[in-house]
Design a protein around this ligand. Structure first.
Ligand SMILES: CC(=O)[C@@H](O)[C@H](O)COP(=O)(O)O
Ligand SMILES: NCC(=O)COP(=O)(O)O
Length: 254
């Protein structure tokens, strides 16, 4: 069974467009859980453009499913620019405070519109090693956001990652453009097999949707997908419970 972790970033993005509390991140988390979601994912960025540290603090005690916090492990504290909104404490400070089920490390910079690349472990392995060791000591499952590069999987395992999360944007583009789908999928398949061979779990995410999931669900050893943008768009049309059910059905091949 491939776990579905619903990313609630875009619920928070809509909320933040006004000084208000709706749409509620926690209410939508509960809706997703009641509809069968296996986990909730959030990506608190230093500028708190969508998910805020306060959202993470509200979610942590209420979740009876896996809680996955994603972000740049080297992101430090940042003062809030919104009245009544707590400062961003720093990514690892927030993780230490909340102890989520899983922490997905992503090499995002402040100026990026969204996550658009994985780690290059040839350059970044040694700076990640102590972070991964700390997550293990905290009892938090670690995952590294990675491009589909088979050669980097053994190093991901060697520095102590429990899982990798395959950055799936290139596969989404291949399916949407109907261009080189088989070749692109093969790169992901080779990377997943290398990850499994290295003893890593395999997660995936970014731009997955109801059109590309029927292909991607066949990936060897796929354990979890985290999906937010497309699922939220579908929820605008069909409602959040029905959207979650549709994604669960797509993952189950129904
Ligand atoms: C790491 C990744 O691909 C997504 O989890 C990320 O959360 C997307 O961030 P935005 O929702 O800010 O685009
Ligand atoms: N890690 C991927 C994620 O959480 C959501 O990505 P997207 O579905 O919003 O592109």
């Amino acid at each position: 069974m491939i776990a579905l972790s619903v990313n609630l970033n875009k619920i928070a993005l809509i909320r933040n467009s006004r000084d208000t509390v709706i749409p509620s991140v926690t209410e939508h988390a509960q809706m997703c859980i009641d509809a069968g979601a296996n986990g909730i994912t959030v990506h608190p960025r230093p500028d708190q453009r969508h998910i805020r540290a306060d959202d993470c603090r509200d979610l942590a005690p209420m979740l009876n499913v896996e809680f996955n916090i994603e972000g740049n492990p080297f992101a430090g504290p940042r003062a809030s620019d919104r009245k009544g909104v707590s400062d961003y404490p720093g990514f690892m400070e927030l993780v230490r405070e909340l102890r989520p089920t899983q922490c997905t490390l992503v090499p995002d910079g402040d100026t990026q519109l969204t996550s658009d690349h994985g780690f290059d472990l040839h350059r970044q392995a040694e700076e990640l090693r102590p972070i991964l060791a700390e997550l293990r000591d905290l009892g938090i499952r670690s995952s590294l956001f990675m491009d589909p590069v088979p050669e980097q999987m053994s190093l991901a395992a060697e520095i102590g990652a429990d899982r990798i999360e395959l950055y799936t944007e290139s596969f989404a583009v291949a399916v949407a453009s109907d261009h080189e789908i088989a070749q692109t999928y093969q790169r992901f398949k080779d990377t997943a097999e290398a990850a499994i061979q290295a003893g890593l779990g395999v997660n995936a995410g970014h731009d997955l949707n109801l059109h590309n999931l029927p292909y991607f669900r066949e990936l060897p050893g796929l354990m979890e997908v985290s999906i937010g943008h497309a699922l939220t768009i579908d929820a605008l049309r069909m409602g959040m419970p029905a959207a979650v059910a549709a994604y669960l059905a797509a993952l189950a091949g129904r």
